[in-house]
Design a protein around this ligand. Structure first.
Ligand SMILES: Nc1c(NC[C@H](O)[C@H](O)[C@H](O)CO)[nH]c(=O)[nH]c1=O
Ligand SMILES: CC(=O)[C@@H](O)COP(=O)(O)O
Length: 154
């Protein structure tokens, strides 16, 4: 049986990050978690680019530009959508998740979904470097794995 799996060791990998500024207190921790994980797995700091957008809803467009530029082997999207008093949360989450998935399929490169979608601020904090890990670091490792996997499958 031929087995394909990507190693989580970077060899000449360039990464683009798109981060939403809304809930920046949380998202900044996701960005630093992603950057730390990328560098510690061998990605050169100069091979990482970061673009800030106003909110999660704007992530897919910026991710599309990065993914289709040809400059990056993978894109990591980071944000924190925290439920409020109206149904706005549902629309934002739906469009961001669908949009990010479509960018990956359209550009044919890994686009990692690192947007927290939580009911409470506490849940977001737990996933930004405390008891439930750091979603940015998780996506960073996943991005390296996916790049290596797709290179193996080529
Ligand atoms: N409520 C949150 C938002 N809302 C803003 C939207 O993402 C968007 O920027 C606005 O509707 C203008 O197009 N964004 C988040 O990232 N997180 C939230 O909790
Ligand atoms: C996720 C959101 O858009 C939300 O935080 C906005 O809050 P609200 O629904 O109270 O307007």
């Amino acid at each position: 049986m031929k087995l394909y799996e990507g190693k989580v060791v970077s060899e000449d990998i360039k990464i683009g990050i798109v981060a939403a500024r809304f809930n920046e207190f949380i998202v900044s921790k996701l960005v630093s978690g992603a950057q730390d994980a990328l560098v510690r797995h061998g990605v050169a700091d100069e091979d990482i680019a970061l673009a800030w957008v106003p909110g999660a809803f704007e992530i897919p467009l910026a991710a599309k530009r990065m993914a289709e530029s040809g400059k990056y082997d993978a894109v990591i999207t980071l944000g924190a959508v925290i439920r409020g008093a109206t149904s706005h949360y549902d629309f934002v989450c739906s469009e961001v998740s669908k949009g990010v998935a479509n960018v990956a399929l359209g550009a044919d490169i890994p686009v990692m979904f690192g947007v927290l979608t939580t009911d409470t601020i506490e849940q977001a904090i737990e996933r930004a470097g405390t008891k439930a890990g750091n979603k940015g670091a998780e996506c960073a490792q996943g991005a390296i794995e996916m790049v290596n996997l797709l290179r193996e499958m080529a």
